[in-house]
Design a binder for this molecule. Structure first.
Ligand code: DCS
Length: 286
């Protein structure tokens, strides 16, 4: 039997039901996290919980659990569902109230849900790399909030998929921002470059792990805006996310990135990233 977390209680997944006037359902009025599980353990859990609480706070939702309580609940959920490799999906909405754009007055309880999803690592793509398209970033200007409102991201990802590609790399005019569900990195003359974490992108947990790895291992790294032209002329391109890890991008808009195979720095970062996973979660299946 599968279990889910609903408002602090772990219950049968099929019993986890949400009201039709939940504001997440009607307005996308909430925030979420996706947390990777390796060997039954949560990777970078403190970072995910911090971001979850921060996202919620930034839209005025106060989660009635501490980070520690959430961690304990998620651990219990993992154990009950016996999850070895996969993800936890967790979201909180402002709660249930008669439909109105205004925040409900008075105390309403946020709706907090988490459940587990089985899923293996994308080992083939990690080895050979993926294709991407370029598309204009049409999203709002608070992409730092991990909001449930993902329409812009969905339209971009769908367009990529319809062109046989894994990801859509978004740009605002000349500036590359991020993927539809990932952060984007380029490598030029040995320097790793990725967009600074501001309101135009999500501050990826995987991105931050990669930045730390670069600093610790003396790999030159810059957090700054880079242009579409720089992307097109890059020596290497890769993307990062909780589920895609450090994923080489080998083709953009039908044009190969250099010789069309994962580059040296990307492969080095993949190795170092796996070491970090193993430090936190134990030895990985390859
Ligand atoms: N940018 C966007 C828009 C994202 O949706 C994500 C992750 C990232 C960057 C990378 O962030 P993390 O490194 O913290 O994962 N999106 C999650 C999602 O919706 N599915 O998987 C990961």
């Amino acid at each position: 039997m599968e279990f889910a977390l609903l408002n602090g209680n772990i219950i049968k997944r099929s019993d986890a039901k949400i009201d039709i006037e939940d504001r997440g359902y009607q307005f996308g009025d909430g925030v979420y996290e996706v947390i990777r599980i390796y060997n039954g353990r949560m990777f970078t859990i403190d970072e995910h919980l911090n971001r979850f609480l921060k996202s919620a706070e930034s839209i005025g939702i106060s989660i009635p659990f501490t980070s520690l309580q959430l961690k304990e609940l998620l651990d219990e959920l993992l154990l009950k569902n016996n999850l070895e490799t996969g993800n936890i999906y967790m979201q909180v909405t402002r709660g249930t109230a008669p439909r109105n754009h205004l925040f409900p007055s008075g105390d309403i309880m946020p709706t907090l849900v988490a459940y587990t999803i089985k899923g293996v690592r994308p080992l083939e793509s990690l080895k050979s790399g993926v294709k991407a398209i370029l598309t204009e970033d049409i999203r709002w200007l608070r992409c730092d909030i991990k909001s449930l409102n993902l329409l812009g991201n969905l339209l971009a990802k769908q367009k990529a998929s319809e062109q046989g590609c894994f990801e859509a790399i978004q740009h605002r005019g000349d500036d590359v921002t991020e993927g539809s569900s990932s952060n984007i990195f380029i490598v030029k003359n040995g320097t790793v470059i990725t967009h600074e974490s501001n309101h135009l992108i999500l501050k990826g947990i995987t991105k931050d792990v990669i930045l730390d790895i670069c600093v610790i291992n003396n790999i030159p790294v810059q957090e700054r805006t880079f242009s579409v032209a720089e992307l097109e002329e890059a020596d290497e391109v890769f993307l990062s996310s909780t589920t895609a890890e450090v994923m080489p991008v080998v083709e953009i808009n039908g044009k190969k990135v250099q010789s069309g195979v994962p580059g040296h720095t990307t492969r080095k970062l993949q190795e170092l990233f796996e070491k970090e996973i193993e430090n936190q979660c134990g030895v990985l299946l390859r």
